[in-house]
Design a protein around this ligand. Structure first.
Ligand code: PGA
Length: 249
């Protein structure tokens, strides 16, 4: 995979028909897979539909969540192997909505990261601080601790094989973005934490990325792409962001 990635997190939006339509627009309009990997993360119930639309395209597919367990009596859960079976290549782990709304601990996030890699998925580990933590000067410690929890269970090399998305919680869905300098500072800190093993690890920025702010964010030396929520629900705005990433490479 190229080191430059643009990931579209569709969250809990859309019908099977609207998901298929968005996927087919992306499939028609995106052919530049060598320059940047474009990935969509539909709701789990739409993955099969979207995968069948994207099968011959340059757009990759991922899931928004997975179970830390392999199989068994876990009502309502979806295993990593099931996602692979549906055609997923990636999976988000530790999105702030999973951590805050659904109470996922860093330990649980780390288990999911390990389960994803064991099944052959590429996990995108999401980390980020709340507004209060930023105001108290805790940003770097919070992010470092969230990564360290995964390193402890998966090992540093395996974490570096994955993707890390820095998403300040206060910037998600709020229209407020970290400035390119704020984002770069955290990305640089993450790069330093990973050390030599993480030189080629893709580090994405997420949090209200759109067509107006993408270029400057992607112009930062340690930002390799974006995790996009709202602006990924429309093909033109999402691919415009991907195009801006290519132009900054
Ligand atoms: P947003 O979401 O772009 O709508 O802020 C980003 C995310 O939650 O991954």
């Amino acid at each position: 995979m190229p080191n430059a990635l643009v990931a579209g997190n569709w969250k809990m939006h859309g019908t099977a028909a609207s998901a298929a339509q968005l996927a087919s627009q992306l499939a028609r309009q995106w052919a530049d897979a060598d320059a940047a990997e474009v990935i969509v993360f539909p709701p789990a119930v739409h993955i099969a539909t979207v995968a069948s639309v994207l099968v011959e395209s340059s757009v990759a597919i991922g899931a928004q969540n997975l179970s830390q367990f392999e199989s068994g009596a876990f009502t309502g859960e979806i295993s990593a192997a099931m996602l692979v079976d549906l055609g997923c290549k990636y999976v988000l782990v530790g999105h702030s909505e999973r951590r805050t709304v659904f109470g996922e601990s860093s330990h649980c996030v780390a288990e999911k990261f390990v389960a994803a890699q064991a099944a052959g998925l590429i996990p995108i580990l999401c980390v980020g601080e709340t507004l209060q933590q930023r105001q108290q000067g805790q940003t770097m410690t919070v992010v470092a601790d969230q990564i360290a929890a995964v390193v402890e269970q998966a090992g540093l090399d395996r974490v570096c094989d994955g993707v890390i998305a820095y998403e300040p919680v206060w910037a998600i869905g709020t229209g407020e973005t970290a400035s390119p300098q704020q984002a770069q500072q955290v990305h640089q800190g993450i790069r330093a934490q990973l050390g030599d093993a993480g030189i080629d690890t893709s580090l994405l920025y997420g949090g209200s990325v759109n067509g107006d702010n993408a270029r400057q964010l992607f112009g930062q030396p340690d930002i390799n792409g974006g995790l996009v929520g709202g602006a990924s629900l429309e093909a033109d705005s999402f691919l415009n962001i991907a195009q801006q990433l290519i132009e900054q490479q």
